[in-house]
Write a protein that binds this ligand. Structure first.
Ligand code: PMV
Length: 369
C-alpha cells in the first residue's frame, strides 16, 4: 500500500447526518519509536503491547453544512473543550486529502478517557486512534462499502484497519499501534514481512503462552504535563550524535524480540524491554538541548524492581514512556505476588499513591447505538 491508496475518491453526498462511536486503547512500546521524518514517518520500527483498560471513548456526530472550512466542537467528559481544538485542526489538515468529506460536515466530537486526564498518561494514542476509527466509520456510511470484497464486512477488512491506523498515525505516530492487538509492529523492517511506515500491522507470528494476558501496572510518579512534548522530543533526534546507532539498534532489538516472543524466554524479554526504555531516556539526556524526564521516584522504583528480581525468581520488568511514570510489566502467573510487591514497596513512590492496573488487550471496538 502507498499513501495514494488511502485517498477516498468518490462518496455519496446525500447523507445529511449520523453518529458513530468507538473505544480505542492506549499502547505501550517494547521497542520504542523515537525520531521521525516528515509526515509522521518513523525513523525506526517499533512494537507495542496494546492495552486493555486505558481507553478513550469517542462519539462523532456529523451534520451536513454549507459553510467552507473545517467546523467542529470538542467535548471532553461532557464539557466543551477549546484546548483540544488546535490539535484536531492540525490533524484534520493533515488527513483532509484522504477523507475529503471533512469540510462538508460539522462534527461534534464527544470524548472521554477511562483513566484520569491528569495522570501523566499520554492520551494521544488512544484519543487519535478513536477519532480515526470514527472517521473510517463515517467513510463507510458515505461510501456504502457493502460491496467491498471483505468476508467479514467492511469493519473487519484489511483496508478499514490499515486506513484507520494510517489516519491515526497522522494524528500521533504511536496512535497507529492502537487499532488492533495484542501486539502491533509499525515501521518498515526486514524482520516482519508486510511491515509499513504508513500504518501499524497486527503481529501474526507465534507468541508463547508466557505472554498471554501480560500485565502492565502503571505507576503514576508524576501526573503533571509532559516536560517535553513528543513533537519536540522526536525533533531532538535530528542531528543527534547517536541517532544512526540508535535506529540500527531498534531494528536489531525487533528481530531479537521476535525470537523471544516465540520461545517465551522471559529473561531475554526483560533485557530488551528495560534496555529500550533506558535507551529512550539516554537519547533525551544526550540530545541538545538535553532533558532528564525521570524523577527521583522513577529511579527508586527501578532499583526496587531490580532488587526484587535479585531476591526472587520474578520476571517483572519496567518500561518508560517519554516521562516519569513507570510501566511495570509481568506475566499473568505473577499477578498476585507483584501486586503485593507494588502495594508494599512501590506505592509510596507514586503521586498520591496512584497506580493503574492494566493488561494487554485486543484493540479498538466499535460501540453500537
Ligand atoms: O506518538 P508520539 O509522537 O507521542 O510518540 C510517542 C513516543 C514514545 O511513547 C516515547 C515511544 C513509543 O513508541 O510509543
Amino acid at each position: 500500500m502507498t499513501a495514494q491508496d488511502f485517498i477516498l475518491k468518490s462518496y455519496q453526498t446525500t447523507v445529511e447526518n449520523g453518529s458513530v462511536k468507538w473505544e480505542s486503547p492506549s499502547n505501550i512500546a517494547l521497542v520504542k519509536y523515537w525520531g521521525k521524518k516528515e509526515h509522521q514517518i518513523p525513523e525506526n520500527p517499533s512494537i507495542s503491547f496494546t492495552l486493555s483498560n486505558c481507553k478513550t471513548i469517542t462519539e462523532v456526530t456529523f451534520t451536513k453544512k454549507e459553510s467552507e472550512g473545517f467546523s467542529f466542537d470538542v467535548f471532553f467528559e461532557g464539557i466543551k473543550n477549546e484546548a483540544f481544538k488546535p490539535k484536531i485542526q492540525t490533524f484534520f489538515k493533515r488527513i483532509e486529502n484522504y477523507v475529503p468529506f471533512l469540510k462538508e460536515y460539522h462534527f461534534k466530537i464527544e470524548t472521554s478517557n477511562t483513566f484520569p486526564h491528569s495522570s501523566g498518561i499520554a492520551s494521544s494514542a488512544s484519543g487519535m486512534s478513536a477519532i480515526a476509527l470514527c472517521l473510517m466509520s463515517i467513510e463507510q456510511i458515505l461510501t456504502n462499502y457493502s460491496t467491498l470484497d471483505a468476508p467479514d464486512g467492511f469493519y473487519n477488512s484489511t483496508y478499514f484497519k490499515q486506513k484507520a491506523s494510517f489516519l491515526a498515525r497522522l494524528g500521533s505516530g504511536s496512535a497507529c499501534r492502537s487499532v488492533e492487538g495484542t501486539l502491533v509492529v509499525w515501521g518498515n523492517n526486514n524482520t516482519f514481512e508486510g511491515s509499513s511506515d504508513l500504518y501499524g500491522v497486527k503481529y501474526e507470528e507465534e507468541v508463547h503462552s508466557n505472554f498471554q494476558n501480560y500485565q502492565d501496572t502503571i505507576l503514576l510518579v508524576d501526573k503533571g504535563e509532559k516536560q517535553v512534548s513528543s513533537t519536540v522530543g522526536h525533533q531532538l533526534m535530528y542531528g543527534h550524535p547517536f541517532a544512526k546507532e540508535r535506529f540500527a539498534q531498534a531494528h536489531d532489538n525487533l528481530a531479537k524480540l521476535k525470537t523471544i516472543l516465540a520461545s517465551g524466554d522471559l529473561e531475554a524479554f526483560v533485557k530488551i524491554v528495560e534496555s529500550e526504555a533506558l535507551t529512550l531516556h539516554a537519547m533525551m539526556m544526550t540530545s541538545m538541548p538535553y532533558f532528564i524526564l525521570m524523577k527521583p521516584n522513577t529511579l527508586e522504583i527501578i532499583n526496587k524492581i531490580w532488587a526484587y528480581r535479585l531476591k526472587t525468581d520474578s520476571k517483572v520488568c519496567f518500561t518508560l514512556d517519554a516521562g516519569a511514570n513507570v510501566h511495570v510489566l509481568y506475566p499473568e502467573n505473577e499477578k498476585a505476588s507483584i501486586l503485593e510487591f507494588i502495594k508494599t514497596e512501590l506505592v509510596s513512590y507514586c503521586q498520591n499513591g496512584h497506580y493503574i492496573c492494566d493488561q494487554i488487550g485486543l484493540g479498538a471496538n466499535q460501540i453500537e447505538f
